[in-house]
Design a protein around this ligand. Structure first.
Ligand code: GLU
Length: 299
């Protein structure tokens, strides 16, 4: 078998925090244990939120943790043409639909429904579905293009993926994808030529990624990724979704939780050894052999 390829793919829209440290260290350690390559990709498709200074922060924080990566860093903002080409293929196959409802209109529709006590459907990330008239033609330009999920699902067999980690309910091994839960996901917006889902699928294939190690918050996104991979004829990597690092109150860490930013902890005098202690790395090290074995086993 050729060399496995792993990647760490942060978005430069804030400083890295303890959760990123955990993800990057696990990814790097498993890649090296498998004799594989470890790539760094900057997911900066949302050019309105990403900044150059945060890219430099990512390099600095990874170096401080002692993590090295192979080859050139891939910046998604340099590959909008590749995402546009994938989008054009889906469009030519009749799998895209225009979306007219603005974020404000969706918010207003949700508020109206909820004020009347009607629950509003949401995707697994909690993002509300657009109202029904979203797909109706209007005079103005569409605000986004969405995957027509019903059309997409009529073209692919029931899909699954190989999970070497665990889902929120302990799902592991062969996991059946649940793409319908996502409604018609946005693939491109007026101001952002590619969504996360499309870019991640195109890039993992372009970079020959064989193993995706990432946080459990992205577990069900894999359903959409499997549909896009299948429609675009791209290979499916093996996935390992890991537990999220939580703060003392059990809340998932976010980039806005500045108190857990590696840069602030470093400024407070903490060392990389302190970081390993804070993220419970000792427990991971004891499980590394079994994690590695489950990643390389074929299911
Ligand atoms: N860019 C995503 C994030 O910052 C990670 C995407 C992935 O690993 O697939 O959480």
């Amino acid at each position: 078998m050729s060399r496995p390829v792993f990647r760490f793919a942060p978005s430069p829209n804030g400083r890295l925090h303890l959760g990123h440290a955990f993800s990057a260290m696990l990814d790097h350690t498993l890649a090296r244990a498998a004799g594989g390559r470890f790539l760094l990709r900057l997911e900066d498709v949302d050019v309105t939120r990403c900044r150059r200074e945060w890219e430099d922060g990512i390099f600095e924080d990874l170096a401080w943790l002692g993590l090295d990566w192979d080859g050139e860093v891939r910046r998604q903002s340099a590959h909008f043409d590749a995402y546009a080409a994938a989008l054009a293929r889906l469009d030519a196959a009749g799998l895209l639909r225009p979306s007219h409802a603005t974020r404000a209109e969706i918010r207003a529709a949700v508020a109206r429904a909820e004020a009347e006590g009607r629950p509003w459907p949401r995707d697994p990330d909690g993002a509300p579905f657009p109202p029904d008239d979203d797909r109706h033609p209007r005079d103005d330009e569409p605000v986004a293009r969405r995957l027509d999920m019903a059309a997409a699902l009529s073209r692919v067999p029931p899909l699954d993926w190989r999970e070497a980690g665990e889902g929120p309910m302990g799902e592991t091994g062969r996991v059946a994808a649940r793409p319908a839960d996502w409604g018609d996901p946005v693939l491109a917006r007026k101001e952002t030529p590619s969504s996360y889902h499309l870019a991640v699928v195109v890039d993992d294939a372009a970079q020959g990624v064989t193993h995706v190690v990432r946080g459990r918050d992205l577990f069900w996104s894999t359903s959409v990724h499997r549909v896009l991979q299948t429609l675009l004829g791209l290979p499916a990597p093996v996935y390992l979704h890991h537990d999220l690092v939580r703060d003392a109150t059990g809340r998932k860490l976010s980039k806005s939780a500045a108190d857990t930013a590696l840069a602030s902890l470093r400024a407070d005098g903490l060392t990389p050894a302190d970081i390993r202690r804070l993220i419970g790395w000792g427990a991971v090290e004891r499980r590394l052999d079994s994690l590695n074995e489950s990643l390389t086993r074929s299911v």
